[in-house]
Design a protein around this ligand. Sequence first.
Ligand SMILES: Cc1ncc(COP(=O)(O)O)c(C=O)c1O
Length: 400
Amino acid sequence: MPHPPPSPDTVWNDAARHWSFPPGVTYLNHGSFGPSPEPVLAAFESWTRRIECEPMQFFLRDLEAAWTDALHALARFVDADPDGLIFVDNATFAMNVVAASVPLRRGDGVLLSDHEYGAVRRLWETRCREAGAQLQIARLPCPIRSTDEVLEAFQRAASRRTRLLVISHVTSPTALVLPVQAVGDWARQRDILVCIDGPHALAMLPLSLKELPCDFYTASCHKWLSAPFGSGFLYVAQPHRRAVRPVVRSWGRSFRGRSPSWKDEFVWLGTRNPAAFLAVPAAIAFLESWGADAARSRMHQLARDARKRLTALREDIRPICPDDSTWYAAMCCVELPGPPARREPLGDPLQERLWERFRIEVPLTRFGDRRLLRVSCHLYNREADLDRLAEALSELLTAR
Ligand SMILES: Cc1ncc(COP(=O)(O)O)c(C=O)c1O
């Protein structure tokens, strides 16, 4: 007799077993730091051992094939031309390369939304100041309701001198999936270059860089793909490849038997351990072993349940977008009552209390005058984690 198919709970319990957190810890912050499951750590450790065991053999003879294989696996996963793709340490590094490469003149504009990641905004503020260019901020409505509203906000903030649009695929402070296709199409019609900042989108959403209207795409593999920390990529569309400037210059490295490429500068940036890059195929294989789409819908289902539980607690806990997978995927944000904390760098005392009293890791952020709670759900999370968060929050908010 054939076995009945395993129930979804059994499948996701099996997936969760590949992560180990200290006993009692509820981890709901994969969006900031996405820990690797066991098979990915094993791949990372195995590459590191191989390098440490015989560095001459690895760096001189083996590196090129290993690097190329890993990059091709990533190119397939994000549906990109491998000639346009390089490994970098993280999205921050990638964005710095873009900032160093896009020519800006006095009076040019760089268009960002007010939902961009703080360090990205800071980078472009500096770059614009140095070039005498203008940072143009599109203020998106919050709560957000429609793609038209988002598009109109970008259109209002742009000018005839806008050179570049920098847009998060999934925003950091608000966990929103932005309509990058519509906004990117509009920008391109106006000859505005498009850089999509995608560290949260990689693995959280199905990606085809060939289909997206972008000149640059930046990402970290150590978030939702759960690759080792220190792995990310930059994708550059064909017309811009020759103009790309490395922000760190060393020997570079031309691969044997291959004609020189813009990518060579990025292979050898001085001596470092490339094991995090080489473990990226293991991270892709792990995700795909559960079915990438099934994994995504599991993560979205949990995020949706988190949102439902939290907004059911009290009327003054509010969602910031429609309950629709067009607007959020594996992370959700809700607005909490009370003023946002101004205390840096530790942030909101409520976040610390959730940790100290309940051992729950979940970030609270200040977004303008709003106080937001961002819940990330990955394959190791379960409904019980969401119950624990809801109970803890209810108790702490009542005790205020
Ligand atoms: C939207 C966004 N962009 C860029 C970054 C920077 O990522 P990393 O620290 O991996 O470079 C983050 C980090 O959270 C982010 O959320």
